[in-house]
Design a protein. Structure first.
Lengths: 313, 355
């Protein structure tokens, strides 16, 4: 038996959904803990949106079960909708309404929750309260969508790609707001294809690809599972002549692969591997034209699991 | 978040009120919609009413050949007659005017009497001769053995403007019902707003009801403006019981609102729904007798035309406004409208796509 419903805001067992011949969700299991921000990380088309929309009660699964706050869709729909805050991937609110009118509308649907004006202040749209939705920027619209999700004072928040298409400053602003909600002790399920977003916001992450969870854990655990701490990328003026076997033999190098003329090396001990690698390149007579290094990220986890980049889709 | 206490609920915080307010706001913040719903029908009524207005009887043009005191006396007598438009010309000029049709009759004073020159095959010439001779003889002292009394009757209800105003009213009820609801719903579906709304605890019934409620408010304005204008400016009659007219407009608006709901039940694009709406409305604009009587179409298609909702609405409006028909006379039309209302609504609710 899974943990008691109260300690588990969301439990998903063997979830399946197909559109015709296309399998969108292929047996996903998830369990979100109380007060946790859980991320579904994966490329476009991985099945993230289908999963979250089934959880939101907008779509019926072909198989499997979803238990939300101890309730199930089809039995406690009205009660569930009171408890959930939802931000869909692409909602355009009526452009002719003002921000405050939109929030009063959404507030009217819920039995409890803060006043429209309070939520507007919370998402820092106070100055735009009387502005028409049509005049808002992309970031302001996303904050309006978040406000509409918060106006019923939800126990569980579903955010589908909350910052897609936003500029870096708007994304950071939205992250701050999401973190503030989580600090209040409520739970969040969010989908994203930005690994930096998942690393920053999520306590735990499930990496989803082709409708399946291919890895699950805290961002730190997932990155540690790579067994590497750093990723080194370099390019040489004539890369085709490099002897990759000799490079792989360099101490500290775990994996080595080449993509579009760029060599990608996963290393565990950067301070030892770097000088050795440079020495080997000099020995082979290669001319470095590019050299980059970064700490291993969830992106690297995805690449090592699938051989593809997240953004390739 | 601190929002645990249930905030004080004022009546305007009720979801149905908020949803209906959204409908009003989206409407009055769209100036084009106001023009098409409220101003355009009035402009159309004014234009048609002026173009086809009944004119007062025209005065008959008559020439009098100048010369001599007899002509002056005759001229003074004829000029007093309201039915005659008199021109005093020379002999040659009057002959020319008669030939070219500028005058219907030439009056030539002779020593003892008058001579009429006219073309007896022209009806207006014969009428002119009767008019002028009547004036001449009466002035000379003829009296009528039988006394006659003229009473001019000008009856509103038989003019074109009287015919067309119920047609325009019906057309307006149909257009604002179908357009007003169809576009708003499909636009909300296209923007994923419908999906977002059903993800809240919002009642779907209240969402649909808000469209009906706002339609009914606009309906009162539309009907009052158009009929008020037609009655005040053109004297178009409203002979039937006012309550029947109000009830008929209400029933028609509900039927067209349901039809609008049905047409917008599935399309995902505004283009898709506008094609569907035109497909449904165009035949009714042509066949339902908005601008000319639908009885002009062949008998074979009459049963189909009678079954169209707009035909029933316009026929019933004409019957009660122009002929003063009561509820008992209108049951076939009321039946047709009710069937459309119920069928469209039931189908719309069954087919409606919220996502």
């Amino acid at each position: 038996m899974p943990s008691s419903p109260l300690s588990c805001p969301l439990l998903i067992r063997q979830l399946r959904k197909s559109y015709g011949d296309v399998v969108a969700v292929d047996g996903i299991d998830l369990e979100i803990r109380n007060g946790e921000c859980f991320g579904l990380l994966g490329p476009n088309g991985a099945g993230k949106t289908t999963t979250i929309e089934i959880c939101e009660g907008l779509m019926a699964p072909d198989g499997g079960e979803v238990v939300i706050l101890g309730r199930r869709w089809g039995k406690d729909d009205r009660a569930l909708r009171e408890l959930l805050g939802i931000s869909l991937q692409e909602t355009q609110f009526s452009e002719k309404l003002t921000v405050v009118e939109t929030l009063r509308l959404f507030r009217s649907f819920y039995r409890r929750g803060p006043a429209a004006e309070a939520v507007i202040a919370l998402v820092q749209l106070g100055e735009k309260a009387e502005a028409r939705v049509g005049q808002l920027s992309g970031g302001q619209r996303q904050r309006l969508a978040l406000a509409c999700a918060l106006v019923g004072d939800p126990e569980l928040l579903f955010l589908d790609e909350p910052t897609t298409g936003l500029d870096p400053q708007s994304r950071r602003q939205l992250w701050d707001l999401i973190e503030r909600f989580r600090a209040g002790g409520r739970s969040i399920l969010l989908t994203t294809h930005y690994m930096d977003e998942a690393e920053r916001l999520c306590d735990r992450v499930a990496i989803v690809d082709h409708g399946r969870v291919i890895a699950q854990g805290t961002p730190r655990e997932l990155i540690a599972s790579l067994g590497v701490e750093h990723v080194l990328e370099f390019a040489v003026s004539d890369g085709a002549r490099l002897d990759s076997a000799a490079l792989s033999a360099v101490s500290g190098i775990r994996t080595l692969d080449r993509q579009d003329g760029t060599w990608r090396v996963q290393v565990s001990e950067l301070h030892q591997a770097m000088p050795a690698l440079l020495g080997e390149l000099r020995r082979q007579g290669a001319q470095l034209i590019q050299l980059r290094t970064h700490s291993a990220t969830l992106e690297d986890v995805f690449v090592s699991l699938t051989g593809r980049q997240l953004r390739d889709g | 978040m601190t929002g645990e206490r249930p905030s004080l609920r004022r009546w305007w915080d009720h979801p149905l009120v908020q949803l209906t307010l959204v409908r009003y706001r989206e409407f009055y913040r769209e100036p084009e919609a106001i023009f098409w719903v409220f101003v355009f029908p009035i402009l159309l009524t004014a234009g048609l009413g002026l173009a086809f207005r009944s004119r007062p009887p025209e005065r008959t043009p008559v020439a009098l050949v100048a010369g001599g005191p007899a002509a002056d006396t005759l001229a003074a007598r004829l000029a007093r007659d309201e039915g005659i438009k008199l021109r005093i010309l020379t002999d040659a000029a009057s002959a020319q005017a008669l030939r070219s049709g500028d005058v219907a009759l030439v009056v030539v004073p002779t020593g003892a009497g008058v001579e009429y020159r006219y073309d007896a095959e022209r009806p207006d010439a014969r009428e002119a001769r009767l008019l002028v001779d009547e004036a001449v003889q009466r002035a000379a002292g003829r009296s009528d053995p039988v006394s006659a009394n003229d009473r001019i009757v000008r009856e509103p209800g038989a003019r074109y403007v009287d015919f067309v105003v119920p047609g325009l009213l019906g057309m307006n009820l149909m257009g604002s019902g179908i357009w007003g609801i169809g576009f708003a719903i499909v636009d909300a579906r296209r923007k994923h707003l419908l999906k977002r709304l059903v993800a809240t605890p919002m009642s779907r019934t209240q969402f649909l009801a808000s469209f009906v409620l706002s339609r009914l408010t606009f309906l009162v304005l539309e009907v009052a403006l158009l009929l008020g204008f037609a009655a005040l400016v053109f004297g178009v009659p409203l002979r039937g019981p006012p309550l029947l007219l109000a009830g008929l407009c209400l029933l028609s608006a509900l039927a067209f609102a349901s039809l609008g709901l049905l047409l917008s039940a599935r399309p995902r694009t505004v283009e898709g729904v506008s094609g569907l709406m035109n497909l449904v409305m165009l035949p009714m604009w042509i066949f339902s007798g908005v601008f000319f009587s639908s009885s002009r179409f062949p008998d074979a298609v009459q049963p189909v035309i009678r079954a169209l909702p707009l035909t029933a609405v316009i026929d019933a409006l004409r019957a009660t406004m122009l002929r003063g028909a009561g509820p008992a006379d209108l049951w076939p039309e009321l039946g047709v409208i009710t069937v459309w209302l119920v069928l469209s609504f039931v189908l719309a609710v069954r087919l409606f796509r919220w996502r």
